[in-house]
Structures are given as structure tokens and as C-alpha cells.
Design a protein around this ligand. Sequence first.
Ligand code: DX5
Ligand code: ZN
Length: 219
Amino acid sequence: MARINPSILSADFVNMQADLDRIASADFVHVDVMDNHFVPNLTFGPQMVERIQATSPVPLDVHLMITDPDRWAPGYAEIGAASVTFHLEAAADPVTLARRLRDIGARAGVAVKPATPVEGLYEVLDEFDQILVMTVEPGFGGQSFMADQMPKLARLRDEARRRGSEVWLQVDGGISESTIAQAAEAGADTFVAGSAVFGAADPAAAIAALRAQASAHRH
Ligand code: DX5
Ligand code: ZN
């Protein structure tokens, strides 16, 4: 199954309700929380995410690009987000944090920046529901897809299969109708797309087209 998670980083921040309604056919809404420390950009925090949670027709996939997720991530699970992903580079104790997120009732995700290796996650794959392989440097929408991340993704997919893991493999950054096939072939099953969805005249049609491409190229 190919999941399409539009990123509201490319939505209209003062017409969020309308933009959430335009992506009602999505699997999750991808919510990028940036703190201007872990990444050089700033979006919003728990108060805004709580409002999005209260009004979104689809469940939330929160992507925390923040320092000290050990302290802040559980709050997003408590708000009711279906999935909370923190960065491996920022977490002091990723396994303990993932267990806490699951205890609260969220799916636990861990994200890696392009330069971060994933081998250290192999032994603890069962602790996570989702691994996010960034296909751009985190911080901004509209950047170019990094195809050089595909071998890392393929190794993760092989390792997950070998271990019988059910973990979802997510890609985020530069996903469009012209790049999603590569990511699907490398083993991704969950696709974040910001500009490709909200930059389209018809976001629902863009979601359907991305889903069809990803399903056709599913590894
Ligand atoms: C980037 C964010 C992405 C971003 C993707 O740091 O994590 O979710 O919104 O935007 P596009 O799809 O435009 O590359
Ligand atoms: Zn993101």
C-alpha cells in the first residue's frame, strides 16, 4: 500500500482549515514542526498542532525538526497525533522516547538526515513504527530530491524484510510525479509531498496521481 502524506509546510498558514479540507483524500497530513535550532526555519508548536488535530479530517503525521525531542515529543502524542517522528540526530535516548510515544498511543517514528547512517537502527527496528529517510536537507519545502539516498532506503527495506519487521519506510523531500517511482522502487511505502500537492491546481488529483505512480512502482 502506498500512503500519501501531504506536507502542510506548503499550505496557506492563514487558511489552514480550507487547505486541510482540500487534502481529505490523503492518508495522513504531514505536520512539520521546526524550532529554528535543529533546522534554520521556524513553523509552529503544540498549540497550532492541537488545533490542526481538532479540525483535520485525516490523522496527523507529525515530523519534529526540533532540538531535545526527548522532552517535547510526548506532548504531540498526548494531543492525539497518530504518528510522531523525531530526529535520530537530536534524540538523547531514541528507544526510550519511542517506547514513551507508543505508551501514549502514537506510532513512533525516527527520522535521519541525508548524511546520517541508518545501520545503528537495524538492531532496534522493532522499537519503531516508521523510519523517515530524508531526501532533502530538512528545513524547507520545494528542494530537489536526493536520489543518492535510495541505496540507504533499499538497505533498510532489505533489513526490515529479513527481520520480518512491519516498519513503514517514509521519504520526505522533493517527492513529485517524476521522483516518486524511484523512491517506491527503493522500498518506500509512505510518501510526503508538499509543493507537489499544494502547488497543484487540484490537490486531490495530485494525491491520486502520486498514489497511482507509487503503487505501480512498489518494490
Ligand atoms: C522539509 C520538510 C518537508 C517539506 C517537503 O524539511 O520536512 O516535509 O515540506 O516539501 P517538498 O515536498 O516541497 O519537498
Ligand atoms: Zn517533513
